[in-house]
Design a protein around this ligand. Structure first.
Ligand code: NAD
Length: 479
């Protein structure tokens, strides 16, 4: 690749202190070297953000909205380049990469339409109480490798609209698309308002414990999320943690197995299963179990797996070698304790390819059901009684999403209200939009991304409370 990727620090594109290779997971070849920031460069980025933030916050909010729209336009203009690099480094099919880039532009456009509300909670003869939301200051934004660009959409647009400055860090196996984004938007924003650095998985703690960082927005695994929370504790920093999921889907006895199998196959294996709120375990009523599994088998048998850069591929490789090895351990456990009835073939290299695996004969208590597999392996658990399925679905530490599938909408609704998850879908899964809040329940995270709630998560609520009993202050207090 002839492009030389750079860090963005204080409005200028910089070399790193060293470089490291980025591997294409479809070929295991090095795509290029990326710049790795030193701790001193991280400190420079935080200092630049701190310096630029007050002036950025003082701009009228429409000017910040306009900057968001310009960023969206720039992303849309560069969709081919961004999608191409995303496929090269992440592995996903090019069509999915296009959707991801469009999704990022859509997030900038959505947040550009929002206003930070000022709510009048009380306006009585004696007092006026207003609720304002102010920026927090410097935001540290950390992303994982499954949706390197889309997840920026939960962080950068709301943080910027609210008047914060940001230091953004991608995962070390997928840094290129984020670095390119930084380069493309560098001239749209005042120097220092957005900084993009990259690391070798070694600057996260320095970012989250940095005394000049007021807010952390982190997406990644539960185990790293715990470290982030501990590291942020000293400064009592504001936190949004979007962590791992193990979403259950409950399929009731009255569904059309073909229709539901198609939808669940898509929601389980999209991005090769590397989606926080993919379907990761399916509880199917015994009446429709065999028909449902037969449909999944035929879907798995016909799904084309290969290099995401090829045109006719539905699923790309697993993103990195560590995850590829972990999935093979799960596959071995599934073969020992249950049955892999379709797929699960580790394709001859190069590339980290596993064909979509449909697994039967397991239940709660098995690692492939209890843990987040984060890959193309889907356990299908048989149940006889709906109460049994509900308690199995709720039994784990995860609480990102869940779904119920039924021809009886009233019954599905009733079950949906009993599932412990931030989002519960009925007769669908993974229906996401920038305007729909994405809360995390239990150990799947802390706080809410997306929507107005996701915007307010980048602010400090401030109450203005005016006394006006004697009339002295009332005029000034009125808006
Ligand atoms: P990870 O936790 O290993 O890494 C995520 C990011 O954290 C990377 O940028 C990494 O460099 C950084 N990091 C590493 N150590 C750190 C530390 N001590 N402090 C701060 N940052 C540190 O996660 P991953 O393997 O890249 O991503 C997969 C996980 O992300 C899965 O569990 C998946 O479910 C989750 N995820 C959640 C959501 C959501 O919205 N809830 C979305 C996507 C992915």
């Amino acid at each position: 690749m002839d492009h030389s990727f750079k860090l963005l620090i204080d409005g200028t594109l910089r070399e790193g202190s060293t470089t490291s290779p980025v591997i294409n997971p479809a070929t295991e070849q090095t795509i290029t070297l990326y710049p790795v920031a030193s701790k001193a460069q991280l400190d420079e980025a935080v200092a630049a953000a701190k310096r630029s933030q007050p002036q950025w916050a003082r701009l009228p909010s429409d000017e910040r909205s306009q900057a968001l729209v310009k960023i969206a336009e720039t992303i849309e203009k560069n969709i081919e380049r961004l999608a191409h690099i995303l496929t090269l480094e992440q592995g996903k099919p090019l069509a999915d990469a296009h959707r991801e880039v469009n999704g990022l532009a859509g997030a900038f456009r959505y947040f550009a339409t929002l206003d930070i509300p000022v709510e009048v909670r009380e306006d009585s003869p004696t007092r006026r109480v207003e609720i304002h939301h102010r920026p927090l200051g410097v935001v540290a934004a950390i992303t994982p490798w499954n949706f390197p660009l889309a997840l920026i959409g939960n962080k950068l647009p709301p943080a910027l609209l609210a008047g914060n400055a940001v230091v953004l860090k991608p995962a070390p196996t997928t840094p290129l698309s984020t670095l390119l984004l930084g380069e493309l938007i560098a001239d749209i924003l005042p120097a220092g308002v957005v900084n993009v650095i990259a690391d070798r998985n070694d600057l996260g703690d320095a970012m989250t414990s940095h005394p000049d960082v007021q807010k952390i927005t982190f997406t990644g695994s539960i185990s790293t999320g715990r470290k982030v929370m501990a590291s942020a504790a000293q400064g009592l920093k504001r936190l949004t943690l979007e962590l791992g999921g193990n979403d259950p889907a409950i399929v009731m006895d009255n569904v059309d197995p073909k229709f539901v199998a198609e939808k669940i196959f898509a929601a389980g294996f999209i991005n090769s299963g590397q989606v926080c709120c993919a379907v990761k375990r399916v509880y199917v009523h015994e009446k429709v179990y065999d028909a449902f599994v037969a449909e999944l088998r035929s879907l798995a048998a016909t799904a084309k797996v290969g290099d995401g850069a090829a045109t006719d591929v539905r699923f790309g490789p697993v993103q990195n070698k560590a995850q590829f090895s972990k999935l093979q351990t799960y596959l071995n456990a599934a073969r020992t304790d249950g049955e892999v009835v379709a797929g699960g073939e580790v394709m001859a290299g190069p590339g980290y390819f596993i064909t979509p695996a449909v697994v039967t004969g397991l239940s709660n208590g098995h690692v492939l059901v209890d843990e987040e597999q984060f890959g193309p392996l889907l356990p299908i658990v048989r149940y006889a009684d709906i109460e049994e399925a509900i308690s199995a679905a709720n039994a784990l530490q995860f609480g990102l999403g869940a779904s119920v599938w039924s021809a009886d909408e009233a019954k599905a609704y009733e079950i949906a209200t009993r599932l412990d998850a931030g989002t519960v879908w009925v007769n669908q899964h993974l229906d996401l939009a920038p305007s729909i809040p994405l809360p995390a329940a239990k150990q799947s995270g802390v706080g809410v991304a997306k929507g107005i709630e996701g915007l307010l998560a980048f602010t400090q609520m401030t109450v203005l409370n005016f006394r006006k009993a004697d009339g002295v202050n009332s005029a000034g207090a009125r808006r």
